[in-house]
Design a protein around this ligand. Structure first.
Ligand code: MLT
Length: 267
């Protein structure tokens, strides 16, 4: 594993790479870090060069300012690709990482052979969700732990909670390391993101959606509707998993991403 940083807007963006060959970029979600992919990287890096990036204000990457828009985060991802001289990749974005992937696809489409929305949506926040973000910002300012612990637990399918105590602890420990400024900047960026529906419907390359049927934050039927908009769609439905497929079902999701990448690169 090679760990490194790139300077972006005078701050450091951290990433690591593993494996050789064509490139798969993995982007974690809100309160995550590049470590979240640890069970999937070995599956992918047998055949591909895997690049795992800490998004701004998460993991070992610095904060860039008061708000981290999805476009700003996509520019940070682009800075990593430029440094690594990657001209084409398959990008996989978990939840908030999916919003960043969509922003990247809008701005830098020529760099993509395909992308995967891993428990993510192209819809913007509803008015209700925006209010939740504002409430969350207030709570995080006072007591981040109060926000983080229940939030992470809620991302696992209810039936998995009693079995996956190590995975819940692993995700919670990563989340608890996220600086308050990083949390708030991401909440503002997610709250204010635009609709990316046209990115899904206009793309002329394959798009995969990984959907957890027990996801407590993204309703299955809403994601299914989005799937229908994609010209070249690949869907993986996880019957018994929630919003954390890479921890709840690493083998199925890792293998599905590897197969999807092969299709994208062989086109
Ligand atoms: C995530 O896991 O990244 C979040 O659930 C995304 C969000 O809050 O919209």
């Amino acid at each position: 594993m090679n760990s490194n940083t790139v300077s972006f807007l005078k701050e450091n963006i951290h990433y690591y790479t593993q494996g050789k060959g064509r490139c798969i970029v993995l982007l974690h979600g809100f309160l995550g870090s590049s470590e979240i992919w640890k069970k999937i990287v070995p599956i992918l890096s047998k055949s591909y060069k895997v690049v795992c990036i800490d998004l701004p204000g998460h993991g070992k990457s610095d904060c860039l300012g008061y708000a981290h828009s999805m476009e700003l985060m996509a520019d940070a991802v682009f800075a990593v690709l430029k440094k690594l001289r990657i001209k084409k990749c398959v990008m996989v974005g978990h939840s908030m990482g999916g919003y960043v992937t969509l922003a990247f696809a809008k701005k830098y489409p020529e760099y993509l052979k395909g992308f995967c929305l891993f428990h993510s949506t192209a819809h913007p926040d509803s008015e209700e969700k925006k209010k939740d973000r504002n409430r969350a910002i207030k709570i995080v300012r006072n007591n981040p732990r109060l926000f983080i612990k229940p939030m992470i637990k809620n991302l696992f399918a209810k039936r998995n909670i009693k079995y996956l105590t190590d995975e819940i602890k692993f995700a919670t420990d990563i989340a608890l390391k996220t600086p308050v400024q990083g949390i708030i900047a991401a909440l503002i960026g997610m709250r204010d993101r635009p609709s990316y529906i046209s990115v899904l419907s206009d793309a002329n390359y394959p798009i995969m959606m990984i959907i957890g049927k027990q996801d407590n934050v993204l309703p299955y039927n809403v994601l299914l509707e989005q799937c229908e908009l994609i010209k070249e769609k690949h869907c993986l439905f996880l019957e018994y998993d929630g919003h954390f497929g890479m921890l709840e079902n690493p083998n199925a999701t890792g293998i599905a991403i590897r197969q999807f990448a092969r299709k994208c690169f062989n086109k």
